[in-house]
Design a protein around this ligand. Structure first.
Ligand code: T5A
Length: 212
């Protein structure tokens, strides 16, 4: 028998996280896990969606300072974890989250330069030992990812940052893969069909090992 799990999708803008979430949900359904919910961060609760809008907005004279940005990400996350994710897991549902705390480490830590110790303190204080069972990191080059994101929509506040910013974000993701055996890396520079096939293969392998 397999216990329900918490799966997180991570990656830069345009990595294809939306497609990956749907792809993983479909695999879970094929394995007969029908009770699957999809959430996104920041967002997925009324308060967290308001925070998301705020974070994406470009203000004329009031720049969002990095510490505020980090705390807003955590505020949205805690709201979601406590009101949706944990209750869902407790009720036997599988949860797939488009981003989680690794995004804060990569974007606010790597990209904006907030010390790792500060972010890990926030993490351990608010999330305690609540960690994803699996993280799927979609590795895309910043250039390709931003090109895709730009094709879809005008860039928001975070997406408008420099290529250098996204290179630093990616560096943290790649470092974390080496430290954490629960992160699967997928080459997301490839075409969508190949990426989907690779995700299916990796998730199926992982599911086959989750016999409890
Ligand atoms: N953030 C978030 C932080 O800074 N700290 C945090 O702690 C958290 C939680 C979230 C923003 O907040 C930041 C990161 C983000 O900047 P968001 O809108 O959710 O805002 O931003 P993203 O998560 O980056 O969303 P995107 O939609 O840009 O990325 P996706 O979901 O990875 O991309 P997706 O699937 O929508 O694809 C984008 C386009 O590319 C195409 C798709 O069709 C789509 O048009 N595409 C491909 N094209 C060719 N080949 C492929 N393999 C493709 N995959 C996708």
């Amino acid at each position: 028998m397999q216990k329900n799990k918490f799966i997180v999708i991570e990656g830069l803008e345009g990595a294809g996280k939306t497609n990956a979430c749907i792809c993983i949900k479909n695999i879970l359904n094929e394995y007969n896990f029908k009770d699957v919910i999809l959430v996104r961060q920041p967002g997925s609760t009324p308060i967290a969606e308001e925070i998301r809008e705020l974070i994406q907005k470009k203000f004329d004279k009031d720049n969002l300072i990095k510490e505020t940005e980090l705390l807003l990400m955590y505020a949205a996350r805690i709201q979601l974890v406590k009101t949706i994710i944990k209750p869902a897991l407790k009720n036997g549902k599988w949860v797939i989250s488009d981003r989680h705390d690794l995004s804060s480490l990569a974007y606010q830590g790597g990209g904006l330069g907030i010390k790792k110790t500060i972010i890990t303190k926030l993490q351990s204080f608010f999330l305690e030992d609540f960690i994803p069972d699996l993280t799927v990191y979609l590795d895309v080059s910043p250039k390709i990812g931003l090109k895709r994101a730009l094709k879809r929509n005008p860039l928001d506040l975070i997406e408008s940052r420099s290529l250098q910013f996204f290179k630093k974000v990616r560096k943290i993701y790649l470092q974390q893969i080496k430290l954490n055996k629960n992160i699967i890396k997928i080459n997301a520079n490839l075409n969508m069909q190949t990426v989907s096939e690779n995700i299916t293969k990796q998730i199926s392998n992982w599911l086959n090992k989750q016999v409890i």
